[in-house]
Design a protein around this ligand. Structure first.
Ligand SMILES: [Zn+2]
Length: 424
């Protein structure tokens, strides 16, 4: 009899209240959409959403004011490739079997909090080994139980048995509970069923592991895992449900197969070749290239005792991915900010900005990739990453000017989400 009572309480308090009006004074306001900076602006947020932005001026006597008049303000940041719900960095892939589902989700809550406080007010969480923990974390954040970014989640990985999204590194005669294998698929028909299951259980999109992974035992990043036929079947299921598929693809062949199958974004895109670049451009596919974490894995991950196989594959993929990033950027392929948070400690997402600038972006382009461009890739245009009236009142403030020194974004200490002050 306890369940109905809990649901009744949830219905009474479904989400935090946003009824109040909040004014934010911005010393400088960066508009990534228009690529402009305006001095001394006043932002009015009502019920969590932007109502108007204009020159700073008088506010009502009893108004709630967030005074960032000495800071540079920009829309809340978006990371297109995180793993918050797998909330703990474990050195061995099978270590996930040593923690309970509750421990994993609670660790995810900690990861979500750190990420939000680092200025990332929206993330796309692209897969968990323990299926659907990400759905639980997203829903807990939306209900106001846990502090964290707005999340779009995958539910699990659509992967071949033993592939980059399966639990690897265990003996063949050791059984693994079903929840770790919600997305392990054998052939197109099975892949369809698994995709339908995840969407029905609350996934926002489907994440396909098209090629081998760096951080998995067995499988090489350059090798194909899921076939084009399987990917096509999955992407059609997602599309029919008003959703979409995305693909983890390091290898050149897997990248092209995933694009042809209908993937909306290509994750990693490490060994992308000229043909892949042309195809991505022609089809308007986004690349989500995590060009920061290779350095972290090689230094800190090495010290933390990551398996030798991970370290070797990381070295084989780091520089070539950065070269590919520069090439694809020059060719005009759409790029979205994506870091693979969880590989490195949570809250350090913004460290990737400097890499994006070093490998070819202007600071404004890098900011766009984590705001207006990421929002478009997420199909959340005008809702997040934007200063347009009607968008969520999500903002970050920094000391200094990120357009002259992008690294100031690594020190975000003031965050507002939905008009509510998260950190000052
Ligand atoms: Zn990842």
């Amino acid at each position: 009899m306890k369940q109905p009572i809990i649901f009744a309480i949830l219905a009474l308090f479904p989400a935090p209240s946003f009824a109040e009006t909040v004014f934010i004074r911005a010393g400088h306001l960066i508009d990534p959409e228009r690529q402009t900076v305006a001095a001394k602006q006043l932002i009015r947020v009502e019920e969590g959403k932007i109502v108007s932005i204009g020159p700073d001026g008088p506010t009502p006597a009893d108004a709630k004011i967030i005074d960032w008049s000495s800071k540079t303000v920009l829309p809340g940041l978006i990371d297109m490739h995180t793993h918050l719900a797998d909330g703990m960095s474990l050195p061995h892939p099978a270590d996930i079997l040593s923690v309970s589902s509750a421990e994993a989700v609670l660790a995810g809550a900690g990861a979500a909090r750190k990420t939000l406080r680092a200025g990332f007010t929206t993330v796309r969480d692209v897969g968990v080994y323990r299926g659907l923990t990400d759905v639980a974390l997203r829903d807990a954040i939306n209900a106001g139980f846990v502090d964290g970014p707005r999340m779009k989640v995958a539910g699990a990985y659509l992967t071949i048995p033993g592939g980059g999204g399966d639990v690897t590194g265990i003996s063949p005669d050791v059984g693994v509970p079903d929840q770790f294998r919600y997305g392990v698929a054998r052939g197109p028909e099975d892949a369809k069923q698994k995709a339908r299951f995840l969407l029905q259980k609350g996934a926002d999109f489907i994440k396909i592991i098209a090629s081998g992974a760096v951080l998995a035992l067995g499988g090489e990043p350059g090798q194909e895992e899921m076939t084009e036929e399987e990917m096509l079947a999955i992407c059609k299921v997602a599309e029919a449900r008003g959703s979409y598929c995305i693909a983890h693809a390091h290898g050149a062949k897997s990248i092209k197969a995933a694009i042809r199958a209908g993937a909306r974004t290509i994750e990693h895109a490490t060994f992308i070749d000229d043909e892949g670049i042309a195809l991505a451009k022609a089809k308007g596919v986004w690349l989500a290239m995590d060009i920061y974490n290779g350095d972290w894995i090689d230094s800190e991950g090495r010290k933390a005792g990551l398996p030798a196989d991970y370290l070797r594959k990381n070295l084989e993929t780091t520089d070539v991915q950065r070269t590919g990033f520069t090439k694809a950027l020059k060719a005009g392929v759409k790029m979205a900010f994506a870091t693979d948070a969880g590989v490195y400690p949570y809250g350090n997402n913004a460290k990737q900005f400097a890499y994006m600038v070093r490998f070819g972006m202007t600071p404004m382009q890098a900011i766009r990739s984590a705001t207006v461009d990421a929002a478009a890739a997420l199909k959340m245009d005008g809702q997040v990453g934007s200063l347009k009236p009607g968008a969520w009142g999500d903002f970050v403030a920094v000391d200094g000017n990120p357009l002259t020194d992008i690294r100031v974004l690594e020190k975000v200490n003031s965050v507002v989400k939905g008009g509510e002050l998260v950190a000052q």
